[in-house]
Design a protein around this ligand. Sequence first.
Ligand SMILES: [Zn+2]
Length: 284
Amino acid sequence: MEEQKECSSRNIPLPVQREVRQRCGFGCVICGMPLYEYEHMEEWAKVKRHVADEITLLCDQHHREKTGGLLPKDAVREANDNPFNLRDEVSKPYNLHFSGREACVEIGGNSFTCEDQGYGTVMVPISIDGTPLVGIILADGHFLLNLVVFDEFNIPILHIKNNQLFYSTQTWDIQMVGTNLIIREAHRKILIEIDFQPPNKIVINRGRFLRNGVEVLVRPSNILVTNNSTIVSKCHAHGCYGGLVIGHHEHPIGGFMTLGNIRRYLGDRKAALKYEREWLEINI
Ligand SMILES: [Zn+2]
């Protein structure tokens, strides 16, 4: 490890923060909570340097307990050596506080809204091969968000099941700041950015939904299906069961856009990106 000079700023440099997040499994090392603070295991006043190995993640409760003396330093060190979220390679579920009789999902400037019809209303803005990637259930004032993000190997890395959020700790980076969740595949490469707006709205302005060789790119102004250069922009669907329905569905669902036969594993998406660029020049 490189010896660091005494540092006068209390602000931890961003690359050090990321290293700490990765090492701690993107959650409090004691309980796995995805909302946390960066904590110097030795008092900052003593060490005055930011070395990733000396910093850990603690949620608000465990941070207070440590500061107040109820949580011994050794217990924090022990948890730091064996972080909660790395034990099962999956984070502890975090409960999102959604509720209400109306739902709004905005994806790439398109909006999907619905109201609870009294018997449990389902809305699926994006579905690929029978897997709802984004879905909402409204039932008796309950707003249940369901969302799954796959990586290129078809492995789910983020799950929200009926408002319970959990994620794979094998990902390059996951960060929740305020209402905003960002998953990165690599440096500067965002896989998805979701803004939770409780009680009943979520907004996705940047993202890459992948499933079985289908790629759906989300930009602030549009959605682009790269497999066949389909652009969806400025659409609004209300009370529509399905939104963008792609691929094979054993139980066909009606959507405002259905793309049944679609070429898979399109390695070269230059044509789609070129088409999108031209489209953006004309439309934005
Ligand atoms: Zn905790």
